[in-house]
Design a protein around this ligand. Structure first.
Ligand code: CUA
Length: 161
């Protein structure tokens, strides 16, 4: 029988318990709380966006206070189909918005101020999230992924009235 030092045995047990607690935490978050690693909502050819639903990005109304917002991110703008230097949309308070977004050129970020939305927009993938704008206000969408010399100007606005 191999001799294992008492301290080494103790550390085996501690490490084993630690690993066991990590696995238990993973299983619990997945099965009990339903938390999963985000996966793309679809695949898309970034060179052929003009032949897809992203050919005309922007806001469409699906029902009372229900909208879909299609966004194409590219250097260095979030394209909402709105002209002007600052892309913006206006919706009533309490609106539920399904956001479908993709990137045309490089990886961009999609962060919605004061909401639990933080997505990566990757060329070739469609990212999707649904969120409710409960309170009136001006909420910025910010690119949080360094995407080139115009990165810091990549901002859009959602006006909730
Ligand atoms: Cu787009 Cu940073």
């Amino acid at each position: 029988m191999i001799h294992v030092d008492r301290y080494e045995r103790t550390w085996f047990v501690i490490v084993g318990m630690l690993m066991g607690s990590f696995v238990a935490a993973l299983v619990a978050t997945s099965l009990i709380y339903g938390i999963h690693v985000p996966s793309p909502a679809g695949r898309i050819d970034p060179t052929q966006l003009d032949n897809t639903e992203f050919a005309t990005p922007g806001l469409t109304q699906d029902g009372e206070k229900a909208y879909t917002l299609r966004v194409v991110a590219h250097m260095w703008k979030f394209d909402f189909g709105v002209k002007g230097s600052m892309p913006n949309i206006t919706i009533p308070a309490g609106s539920k918005v399904k956001i479908l977004a993709t990137a045309k050129d490089v990886t961009h970020g999609f962060y919605v101020e004061q909401h639990n939305v933080n997505m990566m927009l990757v060329p070739g993938q469609v990212s999707q999230v649904s969120l409710t704008f409960a309170k009136p206000g001006v909420y910025h969408i910010i690119c949080h992924e360094y995407c080139g010399p115009g990165h810091q100007a990549m901002i859009a606005v959602i006006n909730v009235q």
